[in-house]
Design a protein. Structure first.
Length: 130
């Protein structure tokens, strides 16, 4: 009966999918940085285009146009930065969850012995990227 339980536990752990795919934290951070860079570039191009449009104006209308263009540029950059930080925070949270799930899976392996325990730990390491 003990062997049956050990095999069941090992198979259960082997078929459980991790909460996040391997490498997801790094991939999410990379995507966040790429989106941030793209958003900054877009914001800068939009700002330059708006400034060119303002250059055709004069007086107070030009001043207002330039201030509005600068405000839109600042807003776009800060929104991009906030999105990047949010994405990175989600990736870090995912990593913390993976570590906690790994510890729980490894603890379950402590009930086993011998090859079943070794297999259980190896499976946990594979699933939770440890």
């Amino acid at each position: 009966m003990k062997l049956h339980t050990a095999l069941f536990l090992a198979l259960s752990l082997a078929t459980m999918g991790p909460a996040y795919a391997a490498g997801s934290e790094d991939a999410m951070k990379d995507r966040a940085e790429n989106r941030y860079d793209a958003a900054k570039d877009t914001a800068k191009k939009n700002y330059e285009t708006a400034k060119e449009r303002c250059d055709r104006m004069s007086g107070n209308a030009k001043d207002v146009c330039e201030k509005e263009a600068k405000a839109n540029y600042t807003k776009a950059k800060s929104e991009a930065r906030a999105q990047e930080k949010s994405t990175k925070a989600r990736a870090e949270a995912g990593d913390e969850q993976m570590k906690a799930e790994y510890k729980a899976a490894k603890e379950k392996c402590d009930a086993l012995s011998g090859n079943a325990k070794d297999t259980c730990i190896a499976d946990a390491k594979t699933k939770y990227r440890q």
